[in-house]
Design a protein around this ligand. Structure first.
Ligand SMILES: NC(=O)c1ccc[n+]([C@@H]2O[C@H](COP(=O)([O-])OP(=O)(O)OC[C@H]3O[C@@H](n4cnc5c(N)ncnc54)[C@H](O)[C@@H]3O)[C@@H](O)[C@H]2O)c1
Length: 451
């Protein structure tokens, strides 16, 4: 008698917005033979229907994925016999779904940031320990080949012991501005860019150094966006959201949802259900996050980090330098060299990013400068797909089959502990913004007070 085929794991996705498309496409397509897409859950039925429509066009004849309202999350887990939950909701709700999924006996893949406060991170860590289930944090930047190459260089001791890291990340006027048009502009939703965005960067530094943040001092503020700065520099226009507003005509900071079939489908046509406007005025009131942040960190290894995040730069990308006892590693990634004022939003993706094509496209350079030696450039093949090829590699690691002997030698798979350690730096920075004092990041996750 032939052996029965192994049962496919059954996976539900909660939060069917823009980012979820990466997962729904992968699970309905290349990973469908290993994992069965078994349920969708969201407060917005329209967005779930859009995802089902995309799946139907890509896989004609495939039955639609059963959809559930947010109130019926547990019911979905039971009825659809779910083993694995992918969490793609707005950031401050991640813990709500992660903890309930773990308690129902499921494993979890969560989008970054793992959550937005220390209290919520503790709930996740407690639930993970209590249930023994697995939590993977989707830190796709670890899988970008150039970031993996940096990890290899440092682990191989190319520059000896790392004494310090200098790290500057620039978000351009298109991508940076996007955080001020959406739910991210409210710190209660996203934890601000120190949590929402820099969680990637602080995770990379933890991973590259194999160390944990201990002391964090930071200064940050709203320098460019928001009503006060917009009025002061004459950049503000008189509208609340761009759609249907003549005051937004010609505003390079306005996003036109109706110009994009994807943005229209996901947001404009879904507004009737939840009143969410994805095209708010970046110079309007109600922005409670920072756009310019400077952070100084000391790590358990003794190394220090100087970090800067700017959300209103003319180009998009980052520069990193590692100063070691035997030399220096320098990485430059120019995702775009400049930002067009008249960019249209009619691409196939709902994600705005520094352009990687056309006359805005930049370059990547990884240099090893060993002491007493000429600089050597390390050529790394550019990855295909989102986030420098990180997305496709991460999906393969999350959902694919690891060949025997193909260990994760670079330790790219991130768990709840990694999610919490990356949050520790951002949350400590947020606290330091307010108090003006250094913060002990080690005690942040232990303390009872929320942050
Ligand atoms: N790793 C990356 O590079 C990357 C890139 C983009 C987004 N993300 C992350 O993905 C997540 C989603 O971001 P997005 O850009 O898709 O946002 P989005 O606004 O497009 O989608 C969020 C979804 O959450 C849903 N939602 C809101 N309240 C809910 C509730 N109570 N229960 C269930 N669903 C609810 C919304 O209806 C929406 O469909 C965020 O955590 C974000 O940080 C990660």
């Amino acid at each position: 008698m032939p052996f029965a085929a192994p049962r496919r794991r059954r996976c539900a996705v909660v939060g069917l917005g823009a980012r979820a498309q990466l997962f729904t496409e992968a699970l309905a397509g290349p990973y469908a033979d290993r994992i069965e897409l078994a349920g969708f859950c969201d407060v917005n039925a329209h967005r779930m229907a859009v995802h089902n429509g995309w799946i139907a066009s890509a896989h004609p004849g495939r039955p639609p994925i059963p959809t559930y309202s947010a109130d019926d999350f547990e019911e979905m887990l039971r009825r659809e016999r779910v083993d694995l939950v992918v969490v793609c909701t707005v950031d401050h709700l991640h813990d709500h779904y992660i903890v309930r999924a773990l308690e129902a006996g499921c494993d979890v893949v969560t989008e970054k940031p793992m959550t937005t406060t220390a209290e919520r991170a503790r709930r996740i860590l407690d639930a993970q320990r209590r249930t023994g289930r697995e939590v993977r944090v989707a830190f796709n930047y670890r899988y970008n080949p150039v970031h993996s190459a940096v990890r290899e260089l440092l682990a191989d001791g190319e520059i000896g012991e790392v004494g310090s890291v200098h790290f500057e990340w620039l978000l351009d006027l298109r991508h940076g501005a996007d955080y001020f048009r959406r739910w991210h502009r409210d710190k209660a939703n996203s934890g601000g860019l120190m949590v929402h965005k820099a969680t990637h960067h602080f995770d990379l530094v933890n991973w590259w150094l194999g160390a944990q943040p201990e002391t964090v001092y930071a200064q940050g503020g709203l320098f460019f966006y928001g009503d006060e700065a917009g009025d002061r520099r004459g950049l503000a226009r008189d509208y609340t959201r761009a759609h249907g507003s003549t005051a937004a005509d010609g505003d390079p900071f306005a996003i036109r949802l109706a110009d994009s079939s994807v943005l229209s489908a996901l947001y404009l046509d879904a507004e009737a259900e939840d009143g969410y406007h994805r095209d708010q005025n970046v110079f309007g009131p109600g922005v409670s996050i920072e756009d310019d942040m400077a952070v100084l960190v000391r790590y358990s290894s003794g190394a220090t980090l100087t970090y800067h995040l700017t959300a209103y730069a003319p180009w998009e990308g980052y520069r990193i330098a590692f100063n070691g006892s035997e030399g220096r590693v320098e990485l430059l990634v120019e995702e775009s060299t400049w930002t067009r004022p008249d960019v249209r939003t009619d691409g196939a993706s709902a994600v705005l990013h520094g352009a990687a094509v056309g006359d805005e496209a930049g370059r990547t350079q990884l240099l090893v400068r060993r002491s007493w030696e000429e600089p050597r450039e390390v050529k790394v093949p550019t990855g295909e797909g989102g986030h420098g090829g990180g997305d496709v590699r991460m999906l393969a690691d999350l959902f694919g089959e690891r060949a025997p002997g193909d260990a994760d030698s670079l330790g790219r798979a991130a768990d709840a502990g990694d999610g919490a350690r990356s949050l520790a730096t951002g949350l400590a920075a947020n606290r330091s913004f307010v108090t003006g004092l250094p913060v002990d990041a080690r005690r942040l996750m232990d303390s009872k007070g929320d942050s």
